[in-house]
Design a binder for this molecule. Sequence first.
Ligand code: GUN
Length: 172
Amino acid sequence: QPKQRPSQMEREEFVAAFGGIYEHSPWIAERVWEGEMGAIHDTPGGLAARMAQVFRAASDEERLGVLLAHPDLAGKLAAAKRLTADSTAEQASAGLDSLTDDERAEFDRLNTAYVEKHGFPFIIAVRDHDKPGIMAAMRRRIDNDTATERAEAERQVSRIGALRLQQILGDN
Ligand code: GUN
């Protein structure tokens, strides 16, 4: 938990606290801080809504960049323990850090097929699901058209952000 309420933070503190809410995309926190003129929300829900608004207002290229900043679920970065702390905790919450060899092979196969078809990684708010649910969503979503998946991936990114803010700020 941060020592101060978000609305009391200087720009630097705010970006340090919330720059990682959208994976490797601190510019979202920067735009929230710059746009609010001191009217930053303190509740996780309020802040999540504002960050999602900035994300939706970003250019097509910027939003694609956020999707591309996500590592593959249960992928090589996870195996090499090179994920962000948030991503590590999320993947562990669904048991993606302890897959059998067969499960890992299936994840690799599905990740590769998904990226080849859609051009960005499979993204899902893993804290909303268990391992079988994530696998099922992956199989189902590979078959969607890319415009549908692009919209779904962007919704999931904002859901991941909302859940991360709840973790940081508590459920109030
Ligand atoms: N869903 C939640 N976190 C992540 C992540 O780090 N990568 C992907 N691909 N999906 C996620």
